[in-house]
Design a protein around this ligand. Structure first.
Ligand code: GLV
Length: 307
């Protein structure tokens, strides 16, 4: 019984060492040095080559090295009857809470604007930007924590999700027909949705036109949620006052992409919530033992929903 690390663009050796620290007896292989493929029962993946996972006849679990699993589902040649899991941990949600609050407070307190004034030697005190309503798109394990965090900072928070969610002090909306209503009063719209066929390009002109004029968009879900041309258009038309983007259709963002130099776009390099190696290793190891001992797996993904 062996565990394979299949993360072509990440440091597989560091994860292997973190797992060996927990259990020195683990049989760990790092792709492409798989050894006998029949030995592999558990694979940890991040952006694996499509079709690769069908080559392991005894595979039981595919574990995402992150909260998102869209990188797995973009492979249309996945083995059948293999369980899928993802990472859920409080460091992922904690980082996201701070990131979203930081972006909103930066915008509201005009900190970036003052930095520009400083560079130009301008002394012009202003009122903070008005508007206290935040709408979160996505109330999964991370979205719920962000909603609570912002409510504790006295923002008026609402949330939208595909399936009904009940939360104290947070107005919740569900289903496609309630999406327009969910965003209508928001000053800040934050996308933390999973990327699925239903949510691809959900941030488009149809939705922007349902937002308050001058709303501010934050996308820390996936680049595939955003229709990039529609965002450029909504910024030009001043339907949106600005956007902060952490995720992009192509990452790293190509050098010549217009977002780099757009005055109303603030961008960060997919760093809002980063998998913590030791915490990830502990959770992956726990699930490996669950598999080995035929116990229920933690954080299973429902392939019919895609999250
Ligand atoms: C990061 O984007 C993740 O999915 O963990």
């Amino acid at each position: 019984m062996a565990l394979l690390i299949l993360m072509p663009n990440k440091d597989g050796r560091a994860l292997s060492e973190a797992l060996q620290d927990i259990d020195p007896n683990l049989d760990i292989r790092i792709w492409p040095e798989t050894g006998n493929k029949q030995d592999i029962e558990y694979v940890i993946v991040w952006n694996h080559p499509p079709g690769e996972l069908t080559k392991y006849p005894n595979l039981k679990v595919i574990a995402s090295f992150g909260a998102g699993v869209d990188h797995i589902f973009k492979d249309h040649d996945l083995p059948e009857n293999v369980a899928l899991t993802r990472l859920v941990d409080d460091s992922l949600s904690g980082q996201m809470c701070e990131y979203i609050a930081g972006v909103i407070l930066n915008q509201r307190l005009r900190l970036t604007e003052y930095r520009e004034y400083q560079a130009a030697g301008i002394w012009t005190p202003k009122e903070p930007r008005p508007g206290n309503n935040v709408c979160l798109l996505g109330l999964g394990s991370i979205g719920r924590e962000v909603a609570r965090y912002l409510a504790n900072l006295n923002f008026a928070v609402s949330g939208w999700s595909q399936s009904p969610k009940d939360m104290d002090n947070i107005a919740t909306f569900q289903g496609p027909e309630a999406l327009g209503k969910a965003v209508a009063d928001a000053d800040y719209i934050v996308c933390l949705l999973p990327l699925t066929p239903k949510t691809t390009n959900i941030l488009d002109n149809t939705l922007f036109n349902k937002m308050k004029k001058g709303a501010y968009l934050i996308n820390a879900g996936r680049g595939g949620h955003l229709n990039e041309d529609d965002l450029m258009d909504a910024l030009y038309q001043q339907q949106l006052s600005g956007a902060c983007l952490d995720v992009f259709k192509v990452e790293p963002l190509p050098e010549d992409h217009p977002f780099w130099r757009h005055p109303k776009i603030y961008l960060t390099p997919h760093c809002a919530s980063v998998t913590h190696l030791d915490k990830a290793a502990a959770q992956l190891h726990e699930n490996y033992l669950n598999m080995k001992n035929s116990r229920p797996l933690l954080n299973r993904v429902d392939p019919t929903k895609g999250y």
